[in-house]
Each structure stands twice: as structure tokens, then as C-alpha cells.
Ligand binder design. Structure first.
Ligand SMILES: NC(=O)c1ccc[n+]([C@@H]2O[C@H](COP(=O)([O-])OP(=O)(O)OC[C@H]3O[C@@H](n4cnc5c(N)ncnc54)[C@H](O)[C@@H]3O)[C@@H](O)[C@H]2O)c1
Length: 342
């Protein structure tokens, strides 16, 4: 594969703008058409990003003109859109959350696997620079075998202006940000099974929860706490930073505000600042999120070209999704739920 891979982006809404900027700087790939059920949106992004074609339906996939498809619509549309790409044998990167429930995720995975079409879930948080650096530190063995972790996303960003559909989403916070944190927990601490969770709906008038506290037991017996909230009125507002700590048998890492890591091992402490790269299309406070998008998309293209597995393949993402599903079931029943028993 030496030529540039040609992609179709489906869904020209709020977040697709970041993806289109990111595609423009992804090596070995380009978006040659966009589509949206709202033709005005598709036309506007095609004009803004100099993309040759726009369409109002994804049926254009049948043309055979695409090497991959990037699906940036909300979760309830993913099953049909992934199935369309699979039907035409076109590899897919699809936004999180994967689907509204685990049975739908499983159907998507089975359908793609039967056709041998690779599918990756766009899980960008693990591609943030700071988490790649933490992974390196963990791999070096510096803090030893892990015993405990906490990943915390608590802020009061007004998500509702850009994403008004969140006001009406019944599975809101765990699906919107919790799923990123659960993927990060797996990335850093390994697979997990037992899950307990409490949820809260703090802002008035929401259909779903806007805060959740999740406790996980990992296969290596480490425990972790994942807590997410859009109702935490802190100053300064830490959005969009994931804060927390990781403890091992020989040391610890604290993830502090300002993209700072405090690494303590063998009685010595050091401070590392791992700042996301600002680009001409990124803007504070979003930079950390935006900078992770080209990194995620480059991983998708590199893996596609080399035939390697995606880190967050659809199949792998089922494990993350099962933790989210288990969290909801624990919150409903007040019991510890095994993700593997779902
Ligand atoms: N990874 C992240 O950091 C991050 C951040 C924000 C949003 N997201 C995710 O991105 C996804 C999209 O979110 P958004 O806020 O951009 O949504 P949005 O509602 O702003 O945009 C979705 C677009 O898809 C179009 N669409 C829907 N069904 C379609 C179909 N069948 N064919 C073609 N177009 C169709 C809609 O008309 C709309 O323009 C969500 O799943 C969201 O959770 C991820």
C-alpha cells in the first residue's frame, strides 16, 4: 500500500471538525468526500476543508471509491452505518460510544468479523501524550507492580451548548466520558472484571446521570476508582484534564493539573510536564483533547497499512463497553457486577 488511502467521513457535526483538521495532517490518508443527512452541513465542511465531494447519504460507499470510512455520528446510528461499510468491505473507524447497549456492540463486532472487515473505535484519550508517557513509565517497571489507581474527570464545562443531545441521553455520563476513563483504566492498569458504581443526576432536567463513581477490580488484583462528573464547580475549571494517581509496589505517579506528573520511586521524586501539542486549529482549553485526535487517526491508518491490530479494535472495545454496561447494572441494582458475566 503506497498510495494515499481515500476516506469518506460520515457525520459533519460538532466533533467532526476536529477529525477533519486531524485528517489533513494524517500521513498516508486523505478524506475525499463527506456526507451528512443534513446536506447543508456536508456542503459547508466540504467547502471549508477543500474536500472534493459532499453527499447527503452514506450510500455513496457503494461507489468503491473509498479505502476507509470515518463515522462521526452519535451512537444510535453506528450499527447501520458500520454495516453499510462492512457490506462494501470498507474498513471503519467509528466514534465512541460504540452503540447504545452491549448487544448492539456485539452484533456490530460479529458482523464485521464474519466479513473480515477491520473496525476500530475512536478512543482518543489513551492517545493523549500524557497517557502515552505514563504507559512508558509503567513499562519501565520504575514504580513496580500496580496496586491502585484513580482516574478523575470532574469539571463543569458547558457541554450542552455544543452537544444538546446530551440533555436527552438516558445513558449519559458513563457513555460520554466514563467510557474514555474505562478505556484508560484498561490501558494503564489492565483488564478488569468486578464493577460497582453509583450514579447521580445533579443538573436539573437531565434525562440521564451527569456524575458517576465506579470501582473496578483488575485481573492483577489492583483496584481502581474512575470518577466522572460534569457537575463539579471547581476553580480553576480543570476541563479537559484527567487527574488522578497510580500506585505501585515501588512508587507512585500523581497526575496533576497543568499536565504535570509527579513520579516518586526509590525515595526520589521528579516532576515531568507533558504538554499536548498546540496546532494552528486547536484552542484552549480543548488542546489536550484535540491533539489526541490526529494521534488516534494516525494509529488507525498505520495499523490498517501494516495489517496490525488496532489498539482499540471493535473486539477489544467490547471489553471496555462491558465495564460501562456493568457500571450501569451495578448502579441500578446496588450490587457488584461481573463484566465477564454479561
Ligand atoms: N472522542 C471525543 O473526544 C469526542 C468528543 C465529542 C463527541 N464525540 C462523539 O462524536 C460523536 C458525534 O458527536 P457530535 O457532537 O459531533 O454529534 P452531532 O450531532 O453534532 O453530529 C452528528 C452529525 O451526524 C449526522 N448524521 C446522523 N445520522 C447520519 C447518517 N445516517 N448519515 C449521515 N449523517 C448522519 C447528523 O446530521 C449530524 O450532523 C458522538 O458519538 C460523540 O460521543 C467524541
Amino acid at each position: 500500500m503506497t498510495e494515499t488511502l481515500k476516506g469518506l467521513l460520515i457525520g459533519c457535526g460538532f466533533f467532526a471538525r476536529n477529525q477533519l483538521h486531524a485528517w489533513a495532517e494524517t500521513d498516508g490518508a486523505e478524506i475525499t468526500a463527506v456526507c451528512d443527512l443534513d446536506a447543508g452541513r456536508a456542503r459547508a465542511y466540504a467547502a471549508e476543508f477543500g474536500i472534493p465531494a459532499w453527499h447527503d447519504t452514506a450510500e455513496v460507499l457503494a461507489s468503491g471509491a473509498f479505502d476507509f470510512v470515518d463515522i462521526c455520528t452519535t451512537m444510535e446510528t453506528h450499527e447501520a452505518l458500520v454495516a453499510l461499510a462492512v457490506q462494501h468491505g470498507v474498513p471503519v473507524i467509528v466514534q465512541k460510544p460504540f452503540a447504545p447497549d452491549i448487544d448492539t456492540c456485539r452484533r456490530i463486532v460479529a458482523n464485521a468479523a464474519a466479513a473480515g472487515v477491520p473496525v476500530m473505535v475512536h478512543e482518543n484519550f489513551r492517545f493523549q501524550k500524557i497517557f502515552r508517557r505514563i504507559r512508558e513509565i509503567l513499562d519501565s517497571g520504575e514504580i513496580g507492580e500496580l496496586t491502585f489507581g484513580r482516574l478523575s474527570w470532574r469539571n463543569a464545562i458547558d457541554v450542552y451548548s455544543n452537544q444538546p443531545y446530551l440533555l436527552k441521553t438516558e445513558r449519559f455520563m458513563i457513555m460520554d466520558v466514563g467510557i474514555h476513563m474505562l478505556d484508560l483504566a484498561r490501558f494503564l492498569f489492565g483488564d478488569a472484571d468486578d464493577v460497582s458504581c453509583f450514579t447521580q443526576s445533579v443538573k436539573e432536567g437531565l434525562a440521564g446521570e451527569d456524575a458517576a463513581t465506579i470501582l473496578l477490580r483488575h485481573d492483577n488484583r489492583a483496584t481502581s476508582i474512575v470518577d466522572v462528573s460534569y457537575a463539579s464547580h471547581r476553580f480553576p475549571n480543570p476541563f479537559p484534564q484527567t487527574l488522578g494517581e497510580i500506585e505501585g509496589r515501588k512508587g507512585s505517579i500523581q497526575i496533576l493539573e497543568g499536565e504535570v506528573l509527579l513520579v516518586h520511586a526509590d525515595g526520589v521524586q521528579r516532576r515531568e510536564t507533558i504538554e499536548a501539542d498546540a496546532r494552528d486549529w486547536t484552542s484552549a482549553p480543548w488542546t489536550q483533547i484535540q491533539d489526541s485526535v490526529p494521534r488516534t487517526q494516525q494509529h488507525f491508518i498505520d495499523a490498517l497499512r501494516s495489517g496490525r491490530a488496532f489498539e482499540t479494535s471493535a473486539e477489544d472495545s467490547l471489553k471496555t463497553y462491558a465495564l460501562a454496561e456493568a457500571a450501569y447494572r451495578s448502579a441500578e441494582t446496588g450490587r457488584v457486577v461481573s463484566a465477564r458475566d454479561l
